[in-house]
Design a binder for this molecule. Structure first.
Ligand SMILES: *Cc1c(COP(=O)(O)O)cnc(C)c1O
Length: 457
């Protein structure tokens, strides 16, 4: 073993390798020395475990690979062929060109984020989306924070700390990713008062729970599940009427926050923000990167007296949104004002894409693989806590159907490409859905499939 240890090269010897010298022109000396030392330490441990010392060649290669890994961005673009439009693990909504341009413009240089150009005095970051939000939703005013979880936490903290909030038992839910209504409630310092049963809650249940300590009535959209059968819920209009009767604000956590009529696309009816405002919710909360189709944000619209209290609270400062996403969100919202959402916002382009067009694209993808792939009808999920259980008809490319394990192996190959392509596996076939892939990404998918073709044909 001692002999093996003696074979271990010194740092200088590794550094003297021609490829390391070239690397040294690009990277700081200290960084290379650090990576080499770590590698040699690994070797030392492996020798101590009874292994033979690796060759200098192998050690240099490992160091090169280590530096290469540092270069590769951990967070990078992938192609979403999974058939879930708002896939939280894949970053939810891709944004429009105009949104990107707006984010780019305020990131490159300075901006009037909190500077009033008219007066030359200090301004507020909130003004940049306020008016658009009001026009779109009919609300008195609006406020944007980091994400919807932050928006709900802020609302409950400001309005209901050390008081009670009444929620239907069927809505004390977990949305996923750690957002549980009872936990957020506890964090805000509000006491959750559950009423009704898992499947049925009536107006009287809310009314009987009102006490002098009640601060608000909360509705939560059951984003990611559906209760079927004998179900009774109190709608937002009726809840608002109860709120009015007892002089209590109604808080509506919509989650997805939709502006358009989803039934026009053959989907179930997703509650819209406009409906909540019209019904009389004091505050309505929703995400910027679900069905709105913009950057991550938590949007709050509603009555000025309540929104102003939220704005003034110190927590609003801690949960504030940055200039980049604020500019991007305003650009996304403008698409709705111009009634061009289905042409410009990627998630709505996906929802609105005709099946014939998807079938055509699926055909192009499948062609690259010859007999190893076929086009089959299937379903696209909207996802992202919207339209639970709802789906759109689509056409899928099915690869490697039949032999067990083939589909998983192909899926892995596609995941490990320079630009990963993510599909889903069902019944031993890898399924790729063109609906969730931007048309301008088709070329990348075709190239990815071509790289598989030789192994499959
Ligand atoms: C998604 C969702 C949230 C959390 O929103 P984020 O923007 O992810 O923080 C909260 N409530 C409901 C009902 C949701 O669907």
């Amino acid at each position: 073993m001692d002999k093996e240890f003696r074979n271990l090269p010194g740092v200088d010897k590794v550094l003297a390798d021609a490829r390391m010298v070239r690397l040294g022109e690009e990277y700081p000396h200290d960084l290379l020395v650090e990576v080499i030392r770590e590698r040699l330490e690994t070797e030392r441990r492996s020798i101590a475990a009874g292994k033979r010392c690796a060759s200098l060649e192998k050690i240099v290669e490992a160091v090169l690979a280590g530096v290469d890994a540092l270069e590769k961005p951990g967070l990078r673009r992938v192609i979403n062929a999974s058939g879930v439009i708002l896939h939280t693990n894949l970053g939810r909504a891709p944004v429009s060109e105009a949104t990107l341009a707006a984010m780019d413009a305020v990131s490159r240089g300075y901006s009037n984020l909190e500077f009033n150009l008219e007066s030359g005095a200090r301004g507020s970051r909130h003004v940049h989306v306020e008016e658009i939000l009001c026009r779109l939703t009919g609300a008195e005013t609006g406020l944007v924070v980091n994400n919807n979880a932050a928006a709900v936490l802020l609302g409950l903290t400001v309005l209901a700390r050390r008081k009670e909030v009444i929620v239907s038992r069927g809505q004390a839910v977990e949305i996923g990713g750690g957002f549980r209504v009872p936990d957020v409630m506890r964090q805000s310092g509000a006491k959750l008062v559950e009423v009704g049963t898992t499947n049925c809650t009536y107006a009287a249940d809310y009314e009987q729970a009102v006490t002098p300590r009640t601060a608000a009535l909360l509705r939560v959209h059951s984003s990611n599940f559906r209760v079927v059968g004998f179900v009774r819920e109190v709608g937002i209009e009726e809840l608002a009427a109860i709120g009015q009767k007892y002089d209590l604000p109604v808080l509506d956590d919509l989650g997805s926050g939709c502006f358009l009529d989803t039934t026009a696309f053959g989907l179930a009816r997703e509650p819209t923000v406009q409906q909540s405002v019209r019904a009389g919710a004091a505050l309505t909360f929703f995400s910027g990167d679900k069905l709105v189709g913009g950057p991550q944000a938590g949007i709050i619209v509603g009555e000025k007296s309540y929104v102003d209290r939220l704005k003034r609270h110190p927590l609003a400062r801690a949960l504030r949104i940055d200039k980049t996403r604020l500019a991007g969100l305003a650009a996304t919202l403008r698409h709705y004002l111009r009634e061009e959402a289905t042409a410009k916002i990627p998630v709505w382009r996906m929802i609105a894409e005709p099946p014939e067009e998807i079938e055509r694209r699926a055909g192009l993808w499948a062609k690259t693989l010859g007999n190893a792939a076929r086009v089959v009808p299937g379903e696209t999920m909207v996802g992202g806590g919207s339209l639970p259980g709802g789906s759109l008809p689509t056409f899928l490319v099915a690869v490697g159907g039949g032999k067990k394990g083939t589909a998983a192996a192909i899926a892995r190959k596609l995941r490990l490409l320079e630009t990963p392509v993510i599909g889903r596996i069902s019944e031993d076939a890898l399924l790729l859905d063109p609906r969730t892939v931007l048309p301008e990404e088709d070329e990348i998918v075709v190239r990815a499939l071509q790289s598989l073709a030789d192994n499959l044909k």
